[in-house]
Design a protein around this ligand. Structure first.
Ligand code: FRU
Length: 485
């Protein structure tokens, strides 16, 4: 093991125990210490689910990237494993960037972007490490793919985030790259042994629509469709669908396994919230396709003062494609951690109303109403006598908004985001999952999701409602100390 990796392992071991357990969410992954961004290497190995993430243990800011490592049997209770990769080779000295993982011949393979410097410019290549689920060795032939294998005119600087999958006995890898017009393209490579790779095709191209560089692509087949997930930089807002800056994009179309042609039919955001980026999926033995993402975004994040860790992963979500749309619901395993359920039917809350036992910062709450009877509903979470974070349905505009303007955060950051929210069969159903700072709203059975953080201090734990008509609430408390380290 390199000295650099050894040092990271010692540092995180000592650093994590100094972090007060009450700062942590209960069932979401947070870095042991320091900074995290993108999930990486989300894969099954020896019957357990492994998750890695972009990691800089030494500060609550981005720095030379390492990979942190976790595993779980149920996506809710996570076990921390020692830091898996450090930027300790000449070809990855500038960072071990994002990538993916796969089990093969009893071993766990990690495929990542190795960043080095050449004539003062960054160079991105793809490299492989192989391990036993705890310790990983980088292959002597690294890097296994360089930008020389890309079509002419492609950027040598932006070529990253390999996501691997298998079709029969052949491996495929999709990456993000920049084509000669400066906008994103998604090259696919193939290999039989994970060491020797050949270029196959460009699966899809940005052509300067939906942002520029497409980061962290993923590709899979689901419910008879081909699905591309990617995280574009430099998006431009389009109505209430896409927002400026780093966004998320889901392309649904047809995929032909023999020609590797993907024909795009639909384009939509993956998530409508303020804090969602770089999702990655895996398929698991029971047939589900599970997605996890970074619950943060590059341009508008902050760390509460004094905190020695920064960044969250989302709750893993089960994906489906229905009627040309991506649906997401929380993994069903969460339900085993409910500790109590309270239901309140046909509540009418004129002025702010609180409901018996509906309180706290760790819960799974479903609120259902018919917009014909209840034109406006505001749900305020993380409240005290002065502050709250607002989740607001406006039936006149047909919109839903997450708003943290009055959350108690004294910084001038992006505070709210709104999406159109049509009713379905005369109803709107909002499933709100809160875990300390994280708020994930699954609307209408997961047809749309809005993921955001609130920076409200943790002692703000009241929940209030204000409505123009009746609504039903089903409130589940969730065990609060599942992952307190
Ligand atoms: C996306 C990203 C990736 C890159 C990683 C570096 O958030 O920019 O493209 O691999 O972060 O930490």
């Amino acid at each position: 093991m390199s000295e650099m990796l050894q040092q990271a392992r010692e540092y995180e071991k000592a650093g994590s125990v100094k972090i007060p357990a009450e700062q942590r969410p209960s069932f979401h992954v947070t870095p042991l210490v320091g900074w995290c961004n993108d999930p990486n290497g989300f894969s099954v190995f020896q019957g357990e689910y492994h998750l890695f993430h972009q990691y800089y243990p030494y500060a609550t800011e981005w720095g030379p990237m390492h990979w942190a490592h976790w595993k779980t049997k149920d996506f809710i209770r996570w076990e921390a494993l020692p830091c898996a990769l450090a930027p300790d080779m000449p070809y990855d000295r500038q960072g071990v960037f994002s990538g993916s993982g796969i089990e093969w011949n009893g071993k766990h393979y990690l495929i990542y972007t190795s960043v080095s410097e050449e004539n003062g410019e960054p160079r991105q290549t793809q490299s492989v490490a192989v391990g036993d689920g705890v310790n990983y060795e980088k292959l002597p032939i690294n890097p296994v793919i360089t930008a020389d294998q890309l079509p002419k005119g492609s950027s040598r600087i932006d070529f990253r985030d390999p996501k691997i999958w298998r079709e029969g006995d052949t491996f495929y890898m999709i990456t993000g790259s920049r084509s000669s017009d400066g906008s994103g393209q998604l090259p696919v490579f193939t290999s039989k042994d994970l060491e020797h790779w050949e270029f196959v095709t460009i699966l899809d191209r940005c052509n300067n629509r939906y942002g520029k560089m497409w980061e962290c692509p993923d590709f899979f087949e689901l419910d008879g469709k081909g699905v591309v997930l990617t995280s574009p930089q430099e998006m431009q807002a389009e109505g209430l669908i896409f927002h400026n800056g780093n966004g998320s994009l889901c392309l649904i179309g047809s995929y032909d396994r023999s020609s590797h042609d993907f024909v795009r039919e639909q384009a939509q955001p993956i998530d409508y919230g303020m804090d969602f980026y770089a999702p990655q999926t895996m398929d698991i033995p029971d047939g589900r396709r599970i997605m996890i993402a970074w619950m943060r975004n590059w341009e508008n994040h902050m760390t509460p003062p004094g905190y020695k860790w920064s960044g969250f992963m989302t709750l893993p979500r089960e994906l489906r494609v229905k009627n040309g749309k991506l649906y997401q619901v929380p993994v069903r395993e969460l339900e085993s951690y409910y500790t109590a359920a309270y239901s309140h039917n046909a509540v009418k809350a004129i002025g702010y109303t609180e409901l018996t036992e509906v309180t706290g910062r760790v819960f799974d709450m479903t609120v259902e109403f018919s917009p014909a009877e209840c034109k406006e509903l505001e749900i305020c979470v993380a409240g005290n006598e002065r502050f709250y974070t607002s989740l607001r349905y406006d039936g006149n505009a047909g919109t839903f908004t997450t708003d943290r303007t009055y959350s108690g955060c004294p910084q001038d950051r992006l505070q709210s985001r709104t999406m159109e929210l049509p009713e379905r069969k005369g109803k709107v159903v909002l499933r709100i999952i809160m875990d300390q700072y994280g708020i994930e709203v699954f609307a209408n059975d997961g047809e749309q999701v809005m993921t955001s953080l609130t920076y409200a201090p943790l002692e703000y734990d009241r929940i209030f409602f204000k409505s123009k008509g009746p609504f039903d609430v089903l409130f589940h408390k969730i065990q609060e100390d599942i992952n307190k380290i």
